[in-house]
Design a protein around this ligand. Structure first.
Ligand code: IVH
Length: 581
């Protein structure tokens, strides 16, 4: 649907449009806060909110008391006891460009009537993409921990928050000098590693996996049974407070130091800087390091450092005038699912891969995304022709988060997962308890052969210079390489090397380099050889462990043969019982 510019709307059209946007925002808020499963991207959501705000700005008489601009977040769900926050938990206004940040700093200087040349000091903090929590301490003891809810009233999730542990959410404040009543606020989040490991295990065991760390943290924090979050490694950063309204320091930077002294983790990348240009420098540094922080951030929050100035600046509607969130460009986007291809892995597992109308997500053009497995396709009800929400987080493979049901065409096709391998036609079976179907073709399956060969020459295995995926596929198509040993035969096969020059246009030097690359790898470290075999469950770490234990190929090989014959050697038994063995 094309939207008319706000400036062209009549009063009647504006009223109807506000009602439509309010309904849409309420729906997406509910999905975001209660279902933990957003359907539209953050960027699309922000666009809806902006349009709503722009229309209200043009027609102030149409602002209703229950307008989304007068509310924060969504309502609370029924399952938990209600907690009224001592001081409301508000949200932040957003800035999307450098100029909006300069405007923010200029607005503050004007409001405070500061002389033009005086730079304002700010604290710039990573904007953690998690869930906010408020922890009330009375006389230093944790009384109640709550979610944000609608900003005034949240849910009592004390038991769940306690499972984060003393080092993150202390049951008793450390140090001294804390106010008699203090509401410590911050973000519960899932570290990227823990999230990835949780999802991998969940997928392998056929349990529910999550689209991103934020949904994972949300799902965990709201579990009714606190035993469940206890097994989920969540973390916490403190960055604000509710009561006491006057604070407990003269500056935000000082308050962060106090929070750290009382036993809370505070973000090591929060810094005090001066002026808009100082803020923008922090933004660029964090944007560059974003993928390696170990947790998701979706922007940088800028806060006026002096609390007396914060008090003078006060609030407008639902957000403080003294702070703003400078958002990173969207890492989510919507696009059309054009088809689903099936990829056959090294061990025969079939993975559905979405073929997408190309779209830019966080500065990268994305054409494919993983759909994990057939249950995921069914759970998300993904159909060919659907408009889907795509997400790219750090350097992980892009994923499809959800379908946009309003945009489903009448002829959208449900996907029938193949029961036969698309590469060799063998039956593809799904064993009890497995999330994936597997091709039963073994070594007659050309896709499995090529994947095994790719693994064999991969960087962590034989790492043969000059023999990458492209060359390997070409040599396999010619029938020269069917198994690893053929690689070493090729290097000494005069006929094949001549053909390379004559038919494939290889020059003398490239042939010499290829031969040298292969010959250089006739001897490699044992752990590389074990890893190269591509045995299921034997990754890099286990290969190293095995190599240390057996020391030579001969003893590893002999132990393997004995074990296969039901005669496990002492070393094999020791290893099988070792941690991680
Ligand atoms: S300050 C009155 N600081 O962003 C302002 N918020 O849109 C209180 N967030 O609800 C918030 N990192 O969940 C603040 N360093 C940070 C933050 C942060 C993440 C979240 C928080 C808040 C939302 C605001």
């Amino acid at each position: 649907m094309t939207e008319s510019p706000v400036a062209d709307l009549s009063r009647e059209a504006a009223e109807a449009e506000l009602a439509r946007l309010a309904r849409a925002l309420a729906r997406h808020d509910a999905l975001y806060y209660q279902g933990d499963a957003p359907e539209i991207s953050d960027a699309d959501y922000d666009a809806l909110r902006r349009r709503h705000a722009d229309i209200e700005a043009r027609f102030p008489e149409l602002v209703k008391p229950d307008s989304p601009s007068q509310r924060v977040g969504a309502g609370i769900s029924e399952a938990f006891a209600e907690v009224r926050h001592g001081v409301p938990m508000l949200s932040l206004d957003n800035a999307f460009s450098d100029d909006e940040v300069r405007d923010f700093a200029a607005r503050i200087a004007r409001f405070l009537k500061l002389p033009g040349e005086e730079l304002i000091a700010f604290v710039a903090e990573p904007k953690i993409d998690g869930l906010s929590a408020s922890l009330l301490y009375v006389d230093g003891v944790l009384e109640v921990g709550a979610t944000r809810g609608d900003g005034r009233t949240g849910e009592d999730v004390t038991a769940n928050l306690r499972t984060l542990g003393e080092a993150r959410i202390p049951s008793r404040l450390k140090g001294s000098g804390w106010p008699a009543r203090v509401e410590v606020r911050g973000e519960v989040y899932a570290p990227t590693d823990a999230f990835t490991a949780f999802n991998a295990a969940a997928e392998a065991e056929g349990r529910r996996s999550y689209a991103n760390p934020r949904n994972f943290a949300a799902g965990s924090r709201r579990q009714k049974n606190p035993a469940i979050p206890a097994g989920r490694p969540l973390n916490f950063f403190a960055y604000a407070w509710g009561e006491p309204a006057e604070g407990f320091s003269e500056t935000q930077a000082g308050a962060l130091e106090k929070l750290a002294e009382w036993g809370f983790p505070t973000n090591p990348r929060s810094v005090r800087v001066e002026g808009a240009e100082g803020l923008l420098q922090v933004y660029r540094a964090l944007e560059a390091d974003r993928a390696t922080l170990g947790y998701d951030i979706d922007g940088v929050v800028y806060k006026v450092d002096r609390l007396d100035l914060q008090a003078r600046l006060g609030f407008v509607a639902r957000s403080p005038r003294w702070a703003i969130a400078h958002k990173f460009p969207a890492q989510q986007a919507t696009t059309v699912l054009e088809g689903i291809d099936i990829q056959v892995g090294r061990t025969g597992s079939l993975t559905p891969v979405a073929r997408l109308a190309p779209v830019t997500v966080g500065g990268v053009v994305v054409r494919n995304a993983t759909l994990h497995n057939e249950d995921e396709i069914a759970r998300k009800d993904v159909r060919i022709g659907d408009t889907v929400v795509l997400q790219r987080a750090g350097d992980v493979i892009p994923q499809i988060v959800a379908v946009v049901p309003e945009r489903r065409p009448a002829d959208a096709l449900p996907f029938a997962f193949p029961t036969h391998c698309p590469a060799c036609g063998s039956e593809a079976v799904r064993e009890e308890g497995e999330a994936r179907r597997r091709c039963t073709g073994g070594l007659i399956c050309p896709a499995q052969i090529v994947e095994r060969l790719k693994h064999f020459v991969g960087r962590k295995a034989f790492d043969i210079e000059g023999l990458g995926e492209k060359q390997l596929v070409a040599f396999h198509e010619r029938g020269w390489i069917r198994e690893p040993a053929d690689i070493f035969r090729l290097a000494r096969d005069k006929e094949q090397l001549t053909a390379l020059r004559a038919e494939d246009g290889y020059g003398e030097t490239s042939v010499a380099n290829l031969v040298a690359g292969i010959e250089a790898r006739r001897t490699i470290a044992l752990e590389r050889l074990i890893f190269a075999l591509g045995i299921r469950e034997i990754g890099e770490q286990t290969s190293l462990l095995l190599a240390r234990e057996f020391e030579t190929w001969d003893s590893f090989d002999a132990a393997g043969r004995e074990a296969a014959a039901g005669l496990p050697s002492a070393a094999w038994t020791a290893l099988a019982n070792a941690p991680g063995g």
